[in-house]
Design a protein around this ligand. Structure first.
Ligand code: FAD
Length: 476
């Protein structure tokens, strides 16, 4: 039997994996490989939290492969040369992979496909990450969408129930002698694990790998989907699926997730709401593909002249480490540092405080999230930041400045989220816990080390942000 290299990247699963399927159904022996080449990802090489997750996810994948008599082979790049030398060493006839959509990676992958085909190798890529590929959904004029609702309506109109593929549990074609082909390097040699045990708290919440992803999906479908529409905005409750890192690393296919949710016994509103959130992930990839410069630049060119604050390291550090003096923001930033994840509502509030009250360009926040989120995803992170900052597609209008105190009162009504992540404020009664600068003496008694005053007081920050916006807003 001929060999096919199955080049795994952000599709770290066996189930419903189109590249693996192509190898098995094509009659090849699949040789699963991972090539580590972060320098090929341009300015957005994976951050520390992502690396920590990837380490565990690769290990989990290797274990699954070993249970089938195979294994994962890990190599260090450069990718094209690595693939070429493996083709020679193994006599493989084909290379299959699932597509990624980050601009630098798309360019690299296209060059690899050309080069391999040029030397007569069967090189094929598949969609293993999205319900709709970025170029599949377009306006009647053939343009990309910039607004979510019509995008999603058009996408849903072309929805076809995906044919899911179950990876075979038996009769897995393996090499007669696994040791006869290059082993690659030990996973540890990639040095993906961050120092000083920073990631310890991540694993109290998450279990990377395909089994962890399926367990999270089953838990959500069984216990989280009913009432999702109501609960999803309350950060103290476990109201969302927490599937984002599993989806980013492709440990479960989005088609599998959508199918499980649509087949569940749950109110149609909850199902529709959840599937629309998957739709935002699709839309993010659509935008990134069509506007690749938006990883760093504002989608809305009007913001080129905006009076962003000159970034002061002291202020940025205070925001990063949860010391702005605004409890809901600080609680979110501490949740992020401790667990590698932050609730969506709090992401919006923390991002709004940075970009509007502190008037820092969203890029500074996006970079920090990139390094600290286990679900860091170039498409979704960019969309989220530009949406909040008002610079992006379908963005909240700039003048919609989230008031962090009102947001906290509404979405953390009993103050338990703030108490959990800022235990020093737990003894303060409500509403003081959400705006402790209102009683400096009580704050000093409860939490002598907590900032006495916010970096920027919400009403004052809002006024300054609107003034800056008025300077670039078109005349009425
Ligand atoms: P659920 O509510 O259970 O949603 C299910 C899935 O839908 C998620 O797992 C995710 O894949 C997708 N999804 C939900 N909301 C969004 C959204 N607004 N945009 C895109 N996809 C969405 N999400 C990331 O996956 N990676 C990021 O790097 C990222 N950065 C963000 C930065 C900012 C400033 C903001 C405001 C949002 C960001 N998001 C990002 C989107 C969102 O916060 C997370 O996807 C969500 O919190 C993940 O939790 P969950 O899996 O429990 O979500």
């Amino acid at each position: 039997m001929a060999i096919a290299l199955v080049w795994l990247r952000d599709d770290l699963r066996l189930d419903d994996n189109p590249a693996l399927r192509a190898a098995i159904e094509g009659g090849y022996i699949p040789l699963a490989i991972y090539v580590h080449a972060p320098e090929e990802e341009g300015d957005w090489a994976p951050g520390n939290a992502s690396n920590a997750w990837r380490h565990r996810s690769l290990r989990a994948l290797d274990e699954r492969l070993r249970a089938r008599g195979s294994r994962l082979r890990v190599f260090r790049g450069p990718t094209l040369q690595t693939l070429q030398s493996l083709l020679v060493a193994t006599d493989a006839e084909a290379v299959f992979w699932n597509r990624r959509y980050e601009p630098a990676v798309e360019r690299r992958d296209a060059a690899i496909k050309r080069a391999l085909r040029g030397q007569g190798v069967r090189a094929e890529s598949f969609n293993g990450a999205l319900l709709f590929e970025p170029w599949q959904v377009e306006t009647r004029q053939g343009d990309p969408y910039r607004v979510f609702t019509p995008y999603w309506k058009t996408a849903l109109a072309s929805w076809r129930e995906p044919a899911l593929w179950d990876a075979p549990t038996a009769a897995w074609p393996t090499l007669p002698d696994e040791d006869a082909v290059p082993h690659g390097v030990a996973l540890e040699a990639l040095r993906l694990v961050p120092g000083r045990g920073w990631d310890g708290g991540f694993w109290e919440r998450f279990a990377p790998g395909e089994a962890g992803a399926r367990a999270a999906l089953e838990r959500f479908v069984g216990h989280g989907l009913v009432g999702y529409g109501l609960r999803r905005d309350f950060p103290a409750r476990r109201g969302t699926s927490r599937l984002s890192p599993h989806l980013h690393f492709g440990e479960v296919s989005v088609a599998r997730v959508a199918a499980a949710v649509r087949a569940a016994e749950a109110p149609a509103d909850d199902v529709e709401r959840f599937v629309a959130e998957l739709g935002w992930r699709e839309f993010a990839h659509h935008l990134l593909h069509h506007f690749p410069g938006t990883t760093d630049a504002d989608l809305n060119p009007r913001f080129r002249d905006f009076d962003w604050a000159v970034p002061q390291p002291r202020i940025l550090r205070a925001w990063q480490h949860g010391r702005t003096g605004v409890p809901i923001v600080d609680a979110g930033m501490r949740e992020l540092w401790r667990t590698g994840w932050m609730h969506n509502r709090v992401r919006m509030v923390a991002a709004s405080y940075l970009t509007k009250h502190l008037r820092m360009h969203w890029r500074h926040g996006a970079r920090w999230f990139w390094d600290t989120l286990v679900d860091a995803d170039l498409a979704s992170n960019g969309l989220g930041w530009q949406w909040v900052a008002g610079t992006g597609a379908d963005a909240a209008p700039y003048v919609r400045v989230f008031n962090p105190v009102t947001q906290a009162a509404r979405f953390d009504p009993d103050g338990s989220y703030v108490a959990r992540w800022l235990p020093e404020l737990a003894s303060l009664p409500l509403p003081l816990r959400h705006a402790p600068w209102g009683d400096p003496a009580a704050l000093a008694r409860a939490a002598p080390d907590y900032p006495r005053r916010p970096l920027v007081e919400p009403a004052e920050g809002r006024r300054a942000a609107l003034r800056a916006y008025a300077a670039i807003a078109p005349p009425r």
